[in-house]
Structures are given as structure tokens and as C-alpha cells.
Design a protein around this ligand. Sequence first.
Ligand code: FAD
Length: 309
Amino acid sequence: MEIEEIKILLKKSDIKNLEIFFNYNIRNLSTFRINGITSILIVANSDEALISLLNILNDINARYYIIGGGSNTLISDNCNDILIKLGKNYDFQEFYDNGFITAGASCILGKFITHSYKNKYDFSFLAGIPGTIGGAVYGNCGTQLEGICDYVESIECLKIIKNKALKEKIKLKPLNYGYRFLKVENLAVITKVFFKKDKTEREIIFNNIREKIKSKKATQPLNTFNCGCFFKNPLNSKKTAGELIDSLGLKGFMYGGAAVSKKHANFIENINNATSEDIFNLAKIIKGLVRENFNINLDYEVKLVGFQT
Ligand SMILES: Cc1cc2nc3c(=O)[nH]c(=O)nc-3n(C[C@H](O)[C@H](O)[C@H](O)COP(=O)(O)OP(=O)(O)OC[C@H]3O[C@@H](n4cnc5c(N)ncnc54)[C@H](O)[C@@H]3O)c2cc1C
């Protein structure tokens, strides 16, 4: 179905707890801060609304993408995939004394780390990472040593089974996640996350957060427009993706308004009104050079949405 027909269908559907925006500026939807337009952005505020919406979109075979904080997503500046964001009803956190914590998928990670600290739970390994709980769990974000899923007991989510959206609570097993991925069959949207963690002294957590932020500031461009590491670290190399790119002398290399960060070679920055194509093309050049020089195929860590290729 053409995008204009989908707009009409959505207008008619009149689902409660959905806000629908047409021709929406993507600048604030991704930390690349690219200017451009996405045809349809939908903000959902209840599971019932999400279920009805996903059922409609699946029926017509429409392409859609769940977006959290957009800190790991490059959106095409002419995007015809439907973007779905979880709204304020999914922005909550509940802390219990027995090690259990629950958080809504649209809760901001930074806020979660601060409240965890106040309640004596140490999530300092995530300090300085932007994004939402949903996006973080979907990509098992964290460091080389720890990922957020190590502390996830279960998730509440919507799955698509036989073209229909169904709500389920799933207990995570170690097989369900790994380096920068979560693997749950038929998963469409994470709505709520249940954590389990031991308590730690506040002073220790405070120092851990301070040290983490200090080391991140020293090594990563935290104040520029980027989406974190663009490529996953290759499993078949002793060198990280950043080290491979750096050894090719690519720090500072520009394509249009995009550049390889001078601080960390695995970060691509929007330095001067970059288009999404500038960033995408620069990523392809880097990927090609790494393949040519080291025979290593770098995989994107950043998710691409709305591109035709
Ligand atoms: C300066 C900077 C530093 C960073 N440092 C790190 C780091 O140290 N470690 C690290 O791992 N990452 C890092 N990142 C990347 C990024 O912040 C994390 O991956 C973050 O967890 C992404 O969350 P998000 O909500 O922004 O995800 P988005 O970019 O919005 O989405 C990422 C993926 O998650 C999916 N998704 C989002 N929400 C949901 C949901 N509710 N249900 C199902 N799927 C969903 C999207 O469809 C997409 O596939 C960094 C980014 C920046 C800009």
C-alpha cells in the first residue's frame, strides 16, 4: 500500500491512545540530529493501542520500526518506513528492596542509572550511554564485559504470531542475548523490563559512575552529534573496530557533512549539516577500506531505517 493510502487508513482507524504525526521532522528522533522528514511517526501510550496499530500495519504488510531515543539509529532523511515510539505511559521505574526493579521501555537510561544509585543498585557500567530502556535491552547495550541483559530477569513485550500482535512476558535465558543483541522469536516491541540485581553501597556506586563518565569523556565524543560506535567489534580480530579504522589513518576523514571522529575512530559525527546519505556513504567507505586492507567485514552496530538498500 502506498504511503498516502496508509495515512488515510490510520486517520480513519481512530485508535485511542495513539498520536499520529505526518511529515514529521526527524531532527530530534536520532542523536545524529539530521534534518529531514519521516512520512509517519506514531506515539503509542497503551498496549491495547499498540496491538491495534500493529495488527493494522501487519495486515497491510507495512514496514515499521520501533524507535527509542534514536541514539543507535540512522534514519533516512526521506523516510517512508513508519516510526513508532512509546509515549509517556511507558516512562516509569519501580524499585523494590529485594533486588527487583521494573522499568517502562521509554524510560531514559540516564534517569534509570540515577534512580538505581539512589536505591543502591549499581548500573554504573551504563553511565554516559544515552537512549531508553527498550533500546538498551534490544541491543544488550553496555561495555565489552557487561551488558544490560545480564541483569534482566524478564521482559513484557508484544510478539507478532501469525500476523497478530500478542502480549507476552518472557523470562530471559543466557541464550537469548549476546554482544549487542537480544534474540527473542517474533519480538515486535519491548514494553516493560524486569531487572534483578544485588544492592551495593551508594558511595561505591557514586565513585563508579564518576570514573565511568571520566573515562568515557576522555575517549569518546560525548558532546557531538553521533550515534555511538558505528560498527560492532569484529569477533575474528584482536583489534577493535575503532583500532582497525584508526590504523588506516581515517580519524577526521570527511564525506559531505559527516566525519570520522578525531577522538574515537569508530564514531561517525554529523559535523556540518550532514545528510543521512553522507553518513551512510562514509560508513560504506570505511567498511570497504577495512575489508580491502584487513579482509574483515565490519557489521553495523547502528541500525539503519528508511533506506532502500
Ligand atoms: C555518545 C554515545 C555513546 C554511546 N555509548 C555506548 C556504549 O558505551 N555502549 C553501548 O552499548 N551503546 C552505546 N551507545 C549507543 C546507544 O546509546 C545504545 O545502544 C542505546 O541503548 C540505544 O538506545 P535507544 O533507545 O536510543 O535505541 P534506538 O536507537 O532508538 O533503537 C536501537 C534499536 O533498538 C530497537 N528498539 C528501541 N526501542 C525498542 C523497544 N521498546 N522494543 C523493541 N525494540 C526497540 C530499535 O528498533 C533499534 O533496532 C552510545 C551512543 C552515543 C550517542
